[in-house]
Write a protein that binds this ligand. Sequence first.
Ligand code: GRF
Length: 203
Amino acid sequence: LKLGVLISGRGSNLQALLDAATVPDFPAAVALVLSNKADAAGLERARAAGIPALALPHKDYADKPAHEQAMTRALEDAGVELVCLAGFMRLLSPWFVDHWRDRLINIHPSLLPAFPGIDTHQRALDAGVRFHGCTVHYVRSEVDSGPIVAQAAVPVAPDDTAESLAARVLAAEHQIYPLAVRLIAQGQVTVEGDRARMSGPLV
Ligand code: GRF
């Protein structure tokens, strides 16, 4: 399965996908990395792995539709079949979400539907939850919603800060994003409306 990965910064989840794709039986490969920020560290990670990486800064385009059309054109030219958001910090329009419907996934640093949006780790601490985590989901127009593919839970420690909790969650992100991509690429995930159904073994 050909992947397109959209980033805005660090790109550690991109790195997890790049690393997974070096395993011989992994059923997906990163075909293109796009960033809306020219200085995203993730672009260098892609280039170091020999993967085409393009900066398409949103401010170079007249409006959001023009930017999203340019991204879509680049993804389609590269033959991308599944778009993976990995720390892409722009809200996507209903047009883009609809164009890539059921071919667009995201990783979010909480156990959705808890804590959509930003500052998830501090909000989890403030809420006093004992478990926190991350979710890979298909993207729908409403922010951080859509059929859930994979989740991982991590315990919250009594002395956690947002930073220490974020680090524990990030390690789990790096496990489940490649896992979710593998399940999709193996044809084990079927989207039925607002739910994703899983079939076959999970590893
Ligand atoms: C991750 O925490 C991801 O869940 C969120 O943005 C962060 C991106 O980190 N959507 P990185 O760029 O993959 O290192």
